[in-house]
Design a protein around this ligand. Structure first.
Ligand code: F6R
Length: 261
Protein backbone atom coordinates (compact mmCIF):
# COMPACT_ATOMS: atom_id res chain seq x y z
CA UNK A 1 0.00 0.00 0.00
CA UNK A 2 1.46 3.34 -1.03
CA UNK A 3 0.33 6.27 1.13
CA UNK A 4 0.90 9.77 -0.25
CA UNK A 5 0.17 12.78 1.95
CA UNK A 6 -0.38 16.08 0.14
CA UNK A 7 -0.86 19.51 1.69
CA UNK A 8 -4.28 19.98 0.06
CA UNK A 9 -7.11 17.83 -1.35
CA UNK A 10 -6.48 19.41 -4.78
CA UNK A 11 -2.93 18.02 -4.83
CA UNK A 12 -4.26 14.56 -3.98
CA UNK A 13 -6.83 14.87 -6.78
CA UNK A 14 -4.10 15.80 -9.28
CA UNK A 15 -2.09 12.73 -8.30
CA UNK A 16 -5.13 10.51 -8.84
CA UNK A 17 -5.63 12.12 -12.26
CA UNK A 18 -1.92 11.46 -12.97
CA UNK A 19 -2.43 7.76 -12.16
CA UNK A 20 -5.40 7.62 -14.57
CA UNK A 21 -3.49 9.54 -17.27
CA UNK A 22 -0.51 7.16 -16.97
CA UNK A 23 -2.85 4.17 -17.29
CA UNK A 24 -4.67 5.57 -20.33
CA UNK A 25 -1.40 6.38 -22.03
CA UNK A 26 -0.41 2.72 -21.70
CA UNK A 27 -3.90 1.45 -22.55
CA UNK A 28 -6.52 3.87 -23.94
CA UNK A 29 -9.14 1.12 -23.63
CA UNK A 30 -8.60 0.60 -19.91
CA UNK A 31 -11.63 0.02 -17.71
CA UNK A 32 -12.16 2.56 -14.92
CA UNK A 33 -14.10 2.10 -11.70
CA UNK A 34 -15.80 5.33 -10.63
CA UNK A 35 -17.07 6.41 -7.22
CA UNK A 36 -19.64 9.04 -6.28
CA UNK A 37 -19.64 11.32 -3.21
CA UNK A 38 -17.53 14.41 -2.60
CA UNK A 39 -14.06 12.88 -2.52
CA UNK A 40 -13.59 12.07 -6.24
CA UNK A 41 -14.93 15.42 -7.51
CA UNK A 42 -11.45 16.95 -7.54
CA UNK A 43 -10.31 14.03 -9.70
CA UNK A 44 -13.17 14.41 -12.19
CA UNK A 45 -12.59 18.17 -12.40
CA UNK A 46 -8.91 17.62 -13.09
CA UNK A 47 -9.64 14.94 -15.72
CA UNK A 48 -12.09 17.37 -17.33
CA UNK A 49 -9.39 20.07 -17.49
CA UNK A 50 -6.95 17.67 -19.12
CA UNK A 51 -9.52 16.51 -21.68
CA UNK A 52 -10.38 20.15 -22.50
CA UNK A 53 -6.67 20.93 -22.95
CA UNK A 54 -6.31 17.95 -25.28
CA UNK A 55 -3.72 16.18 -23.13
CA UNK A 56 -6.03 13.28 -22.21
CA UNK A 57 -8.87 11.31 -23.78
CA UNK A 58 -11.28 8.85 -22.22
CA UNK A 59 -13.06 8.23 -25.53
CA UNK A 60 -12.10 4.56 -25.63
CA UNK A 61 -12.56 3.73 -21.96
CA UNK A 62 -15.43 2.02 -20.17
CA UNK A 63 -16.48 2.82 -16.62
CA UNK A 64 -18.27 0.88 -13.91
CA UNK A 65 -19.86 2.55 -10.92
CA UNK A 66 -19.46 1.20 -7.40
CA UNK A 67 -22.98 1.49 -6.12
CA UNK A 68 -26.49 2.84 -6.51
CA UNK A 69 -29.37 3.71 -4.22
CA UNK A 70 -32.38 1.42 -4.40
CA UNK A 71 -35.65 3.00 -5.47
CA UNK A 72 -34.67 6.56 -6.46
CA UNK A 73 -36.59 7.47 -9.60
CA UNK A 74 -34.73 7.53 -12.93
CA UNK A 75 -34.70 11.34 -12.96
CA UNK A 76 -33.81 11.86 -9.27
CA UNK A 77 -30.77 14.15 -9.13
CA UNK A 78 -29.18 12.01 -6.38
CA UNK A 79 -29.55 8.75 -8.28
CA UNK A 80 -25.89 7.81 -8.62
CA UNK A 81 -26.13 7.24 -12.38
CA UNK A 82 -27.29 10.87 -12.68
CA UNK A 83 -24.62 12.12 -10.28
CA UNK A 84 -21.92 10.34 -12.30
CA UNK A 85 -23.37 11.81 -15.48
CA UNK A 86 -23.14 15.36 -14.07
CA UNK A 87 -19.88 15.08 -12.18
CA UNK A 88 -17.85 12.81 -14.46
CA UNK A 89 -19.35 11.90 -17.85
CA UNK A 90 -20.31 15.48 -18.80
CA UNK A 91 -16.82 16.76 -17.93
CA UNK A 92 -14.81 14.28 -20.02
CA UNK A 93 -15.16 12.64 -23.44
CA UNK A 94 -16.23 9.15 -22.37
CA UNK A 95 -19.15 7.62 -24.31
CA UNK A 96 -22.12 7.72 -21.87
CA UNK A 97 -23.26 4.34 -23.20
CA UNK A 98 -20.01 2.88 -21.87
CA UNK A 99 -20.78 3.87 -18.27
CA UNK A 100 -22.61 1.24 -16.23
CA UNK A 101 -23.97 1.00 -12.73
CA UNK A 102 -26.02 -1.46 -10.71
CA UNK A 103 -29.75 -1.12 -11.48
CA UNK A 104 -31.39 0.19 -8.31
CA UNK A 105 -34.78 0.21 -10.05
CA UNK A 106 -34.74 -3.45 -11.12
CA UNK A 107 -37.78 -5.51 -10.18
CA UNK A 108 -35.45 -8.41 -9.36
CA UNK A 109 -32.58 -6.78 -7.48
CA UNK A 110 -30.65 -10.03 -6.89
CA UNK A 111 -30.60 -10.81 -10.62
CA UNK A 112 -29.53 -7.23 -11.33
CA UNK A 113 -26.57 -7.71 -8.95
CA UNK A 114 -25.56 -10.96 -10.66
CA UNK A 115 -25.87 -9.31 -14.08
CA UNK A 116 -23.64 -6.46 -12.89
CA UNK A 117 -20.93 -8.85 -11.73
CA UNK A 118 -21.08 -10.56 -15.15
CA UNK A 119 -20.84 -7.22 -16.98
CA UNK A 120 -17.68 -6.27 -15.08
CA UNK A 121 -16.09 -9.61 -15.72
CA UNK A 122 -17.13 -9.62 -19.43
CA UNK A 123 -15.39 -6.25 -19.76
CA UNK A 124 -12.18 -7.89 -18.52
CA UNK A 125 -12.38 -6.47 -14.99
CA UNK A 126 -11.57 -3.02 -13.68
CA UNK A 127 -8.05 -1.71 -14.35
CA UNK A 128 -8.17 1.26 -11.98
CA UNK A 129 -10.78 1.70 -9.28
CA UNK A 130 -11.31 5.12 -7.69
CA UNK A 131 -12.53 4.86 -4.10
CA UNK A 132 -13.59 7.18 -1.32
CA UNK A 133 -13.99 6.05 2.27
CA UNK A 134 -16.88 6.58 4.67
CA UNK A 135 -16.34 7.96 8.17
CA UNK A 136 -17.31 4.47 9.41
CA UNK A 137 -14.69 2.86 7.16
CA UNK A 138 -17.04 1.73 4.39
CA UNK A 139 -15.82 1.39 0.82
CA UNK A 140 -18.51 1.56 -1.82
CA UNK A 141 -21.51 0.88 0.44
CA UNK A 142 -19.94 -2.06 2.26
CA UNK A 143 -20.85 -1.05 5.77
CA UNK A 144 -19.17 -2.38 8.94
CA UNK A 145 -19.86 -6.10 9.26
CA UNK A 146 -19.76 -6.69 5.50
CA UNK A 147 -18.14 -9.91 4.37
CA UNK A 148 -14.63 -9.25 3.14
CA UNK A 149 -15.40 -11.72 0.31
CA UNK A 150 -18.75 -10.13 -0.65
CA UNK A 151 -19.92 -9.59 -4.23
CA UNK A 152 -22.44 -7.09 -5.63
CA UNK A 153 -25.61 -7.28 -3.54
CA UNK A 154 -28.26 -5.29 -1.70
CA UNK A 155 -27.13 -3.61 1.55
CA UNK A 156 -28.81 -1.56 4.25
CA UNK A 157 -27.11 1.77 4.91
CA UNK A 158 -26.14 2.58 8.49
CA UNK A 159 -27.64 5.56 10.30
CA UNK A 160 -24.17 7.15 10.20
CA UNK A 161 -23.96 6.91 6.40
CA UNK A 162 -27.49 8.22 5.98
CA UNK A 163 -26.63 11.15 8.28
CA UNK A 164 -23.39 11.77 6.33
CA UNK A 165 -25.25 11.70 3.01
CA UNK A 166 -28.22 13.80 4.13
CA UNK A 167 -26.25 16.82 2.92
CA UNK A 168 -27.03 15.70 -0.63
CA UNK A 169 -30.77 15.51 0.22
CA UNK A 170 -31.26 19.03 1.61
CA UNK A 171 -30.26 17.79 5.07
CA UNK A 172 -33.24 15.41 5.25
CA UNK A 173 -32.03 12.03 6.55
CA UNK A 174 -35.45 10.48 5.85
CA UNK A 175 -34.99 11.27 2.16
CA UNK A 176 -31.77 9.21 2.02
CA UNK A 177 -32.74 5.72 0.84
CA UNK A 178 -32.21 2.96 3.36
CA UNK A 179 -31.07 0.43 0.77
CA UNK A 180 -28.48 0.34 -1.96
CA UNK A 181 -26.84 -2.04 -4.39
CA UNK A 182 -23.10 -2.13 -4.01
CA UNK A 183 -20.11 -3.92 -5.42
CA UNK A 184 -18.84 -6.24 -2.73
CA UNK A 185 -15.44 -6.06 -1.11
CA UNK A 186 -14.45 -9.19 -3.05
CA UNK A 187 -15.53 -7.44 -6.27
CA UNK A 188 -13.51 -4.33 -5.47
CA UNK A 189 -10.42 -6.36 -4.54
CA UNK A 190 -10.38 -7.77 -8.08
CA UNK A 191 -9.62 -4.35 -9.59
CA UNK A 192 -5.99 -4.31 -10.72
CA UNK A 193 -5.12 -0.96 -9.13
CA UNK A 194 -7.10 0.80 -6.42
CA UNK A 195 -6.73 4.54 -5.83
CA UNK A 196 -8.43 5.76 -2.66
CA UNK A 197 -8.78 9.47 -1.96
CA UNK A 198 -9.70 11.00 1.40
CA UNK A 199 -9.60 14.52 2.76
CA UNK A 200 -10.58 16.26 5.97
CA UNK A 201 -10.31 15.43 9.66
CA UNK A 202 -13.63 13.58 9.61
CA UNK A 203 -11.91 10.77 7.68
CA UNK A 204 -8.81 10.59 9.92
CA UNK A 205 -9.94 7.66 12.10
CA UNK A 206 -11.19 5.61 9.13
CA UNK A 207 -7.91 6.30 7.31
CA UNK A 208 -5.88 5.28 10.38
CA UNK A 209 -7.81 1.98 10.53
CA UNK A 210 -7.50 1.44 6.77
CA UNK A 211 -3.73 1.85 6.78
CA UNK A 212 -2.69 0.79 10.28
CA UNK A 213 -5.56 -1.15 11.84
CA UNK A 214 -6.06 -4.90 11.94
CA UNK A 215 -7.97 -6.34 8.97
CA UNK A 216 -11.53 -6.54 10.19
CA UNK A 217 -15.10 -6.44 8.89
CA UNK A 218 -15.67 -3.71 11.49
CA UNK A 219 -13.59 -1.38 9.27
CA UNK A 220 -14.34 -2.72 5.76
CA UNK A 221 -11.64 -0.58 4.10
CA UNK A 222 -8.97 -2.57 5.97
CA UNK A 223 -9.57 -5.35 3.40
CA UNK A 224 -7.50 -3.19 1.04
CA UNK A 225 -4.43 -4.25 3.03
CA UNK A 226 -4.85 -7.62 1.27
CA UNK A 227 -4.58 -6.05 -2.20
CA UNK A 228 -1.15 -5.89 -3.87
CA UNK A 229 -1.58 -2.49 -5.56
CA UNK A 230 -3.34 0.23 -3.58
CA UNK A 231 -2.52 3.95 -3.65
CA UNK A 232 -3.96 6.02 -0.79
CA UNK A 233 -4.02 9.76 -1.49
CA UNK A 234 -4.61 11.95 1.55
CA UNK A 235 -4.55 15.56 2.55
CA UNK A 236 -2.82 16.38 5.85
CA UNK A 237 -6.09 16.47 7.82
CA UNK A 238 -7.12 12.98 6.69
CA UNK A 239 -3.59 11.76 7.51
CA UNK A 240 -3.57 13.41 10.96
CA UNK A 241 -4.07 10.15 12.90
CA UNK A 242 -1.45 8.09 11.05
CA UNK A 243 1.34 6.82 13.30
CA UNK A 244 3.53 6.27 10.24
CA UNK A 245 2.85 9.69 8.65
CA UNK A 246 6.48 10.86 8.70
CA UNK A 247 7.65 7.55 7.21
CA UNK A 248 5.13 7.89 4.36
CA UNK A 249 6.26 11.49 3.73
CA UNK A 250 9.95 10.46 3.65
CA UNK A 251 9.19 7.52 1.38
CA UNK A 252 7.34 9.68 -1.12
CA UNK A 253 10.02 12.40 -1.05
CA UNK A 254 12.64 9.77 -1.86
CA UNK A 255 10.54 7.98 -4.50
CA UNK A 256 12.45 7.40 -7.74
CA UNK A 257 10.87 9.44 -10.56
CA UNK A 258 10.77 6.40 -12.89
CA UNK A 259 8.59 4.43 -10.50
CA UNK A 260 5.15 5.89 -11.39
CA UNK A 261 2.04 4.56 -9.73
C1 F6R B 1 -19.71 6.38 -3.30
C2 F6R B 1 -19.26 5.43 -2.32
C3 F6R B 1 -18.96 5.77 -0.91
C4 F6R B 1 -18.22 7.09 -0.74
C5 F6R B 1 -18.01 7.37 0.74
C6 F6R B 1 -17.32 8.69 0.97
O1 F6R B 1 -19.89 5.75 -4.56
O2 F6R B 1 -19.18 4.32 -2.68
O3 F6R B 1 -18.17 4.75 -0.36
O4 F6R B 1 -16.99 7.02 -1.39
O5 F6R B 1 -19.24 7.39 1.39
O6 F6R B 1 -18.15 9.71 0.54
P1 F6R B 1 -17.63 11.22 0.42
O7 F6R B 1 -16.56 11.18 -0.61
O8 F6R B 1 -18.81 11.98 -0.01
O9 F6R B 1 -17.12 11.57 1.76
Amino acid sequence: MEVIISPTPDEAGKLAADAISELLQRNPEAVLGVATGSSPLIIYDELGRRVAQGSLSLAKTRAFMLDEYVGLSADHPQRYRNVIQDEFVDKVDIDPAQVSGPDGLAVDLSSACEAYERAISDAGGVDLQILGIGTDGHIAFNEPGSSLASRTRIKTLTGQTRRDNARFFSGDIEAVPQHCLTQGIGTILQARHIVLVASGRGKAEAVHQLVEGPVSAMWPATALQLHPHVTVLLDTAAASRLQLASYFIETYQGKPSWQGF
